[in-house]
Design a protein around this ligand. Sequence first.
Ligand code: NAD
Ligand code: UDP
Length: 326
Amino acid sequence: MSQNMRKRSLVTGGAGFLGSHLCSRLLQEGHDVLCIDNFFTGTKDNILHLMDNPHFELMRHDVTFPLYVEVDEIYNLACPASPVHYQHDPVQTTKTSVHGAINMLGLAKRIKGRILQASTSEIYGDPQMHPQHESYWGYVNPIGVRSCYDEGKRCAETLFFDYHRQHGLNIKVARIFNTYGPRMHPNDGRVVSNFIVQALKGNPITIYGNGDQTRSFCYVDDIIEGFIRFMDSSDELTGPVNLGNPGEFTIKALAERILALTGSHSRLIYTSLPSDDPTRRRPDITLAEEKLGWTPKISLDKGLERTIAYFDTLLGNADYSVTTST
Ligand code: NAD
Ligand code: UDP
C-alpha cells in the first residue's frame, strides 16, 4: 500500500464503457486510479470528467505488452466486448485476452496484489444448460467467428486458475452477462446501444434472425457494485462468479420496450443471424447473492430510461451512426 494509505487500483481498459464507470466509482471510494487503455474501442471522452482529479492517472498502453507499475490491485477489463469490434481483428482479440492475462497476472504476482478478471457469459457459448450456473462447462465452438473472444476468455480463466494454484495468486474471476448503460459508444454495435440510437434517429431497428433469441440485461451500476464487492471479498472466493441480471428477454421484446420508451415509430427489420449467436442466456446468480450479498437493483425499464436519456443528449450534439453485423 502507498504511503498515503490510499489503495492504488489499476484498471485496464479503463477508457471503455465498464472501465470508465469503474474508475469513477473507485475514485469515489478514495482510491488512486491508474487507467490504462490502447483506445481501440474506448475513448478519452469517457474519462474526460476524471482528468482533473489528481488521484486519476491515464496511460496509453496495450496490455499485450508487459507493464511495470506499482499498484495494490488490478481490474483486468481490457478487451473489445462487442462482437462487431472483437471480430474486426480476431488475432489481436485473442492476444489481448491471452497475452494481456499473462502480463497482468505477472504484474499481480510481482506486486503480490489481487487481480479481478472481467470474464464473460460467452464462456458458456450457446448453452445447453439454462439458466447458466458456474459449474456448467459450456458449449463453445473453438473455430468459429466468435471463438477469438470466447476461447480467448476461456484461456484467460485457465491462466488465472493456474497462477492461483501454481503461485498462490489471489484471483477473482467474474463472469459478466450482457451489461448496458450510459457511455456505451453509439456505434459500439451491441444490441442495446444499436436499438436506442436507431429508435432515436427514426431509423429501422435491425433485429438479427427472428428476434426469439434471449439475453439478460444488467444495468452498469449494478455490475460495478458487483465488481467492488467481489474484489473486497475473502481470499477464498476466487470465483468464477456470475454477475448479471436474471431477467430474461427476447431481442424482439427488447426492441418493443425501446420503441415504447422512446416513443419512436421506427420499424423493425429482420436481417440474417450472425453465426454462432447464442440462442438463450440467463445467469444463475445464487453464488453472488450468497457470497457477496449482491443482487441487481435496477429494472430493465429504469436502466433503459437512463440510457436513452444519455444517448438523447449525445445525439443532440453530434451525428452518430451505428455499426451493424454484416
Ligand atoms: P469496451 O469495448 O467498451 O471496453 C474495452 C476497453 O478495453 C476499451 O477501452 C478498449 O480500448 C480497451 N482495450 C481493448 N484492447 C486493449 C488492449 N490490447 N490494451 C489495452 N486496452 C485495450 O467494452 P466493455 O463493455 O467496457 O467491456 C469491458 C470488459 O468487460 C471486457 O473485458 C469485456 O470482455 C468484459 N465484458 C463486458 C460485458 C458487457 O456486457 N459490457 C459482458 C461480458 C464481459
Ligand atoms: N442483435 C440484434 N441487432 C443488433 C445487434 C444485436 O438483433 O443490431 C442481437 C444479436 O444477434 C444477439 C443479441 O442481439 O442475439 C445480443 O447481441 P450483442 O451484440 O449485444 O451481444 P452478444 O450477447 O451476442 O455478445
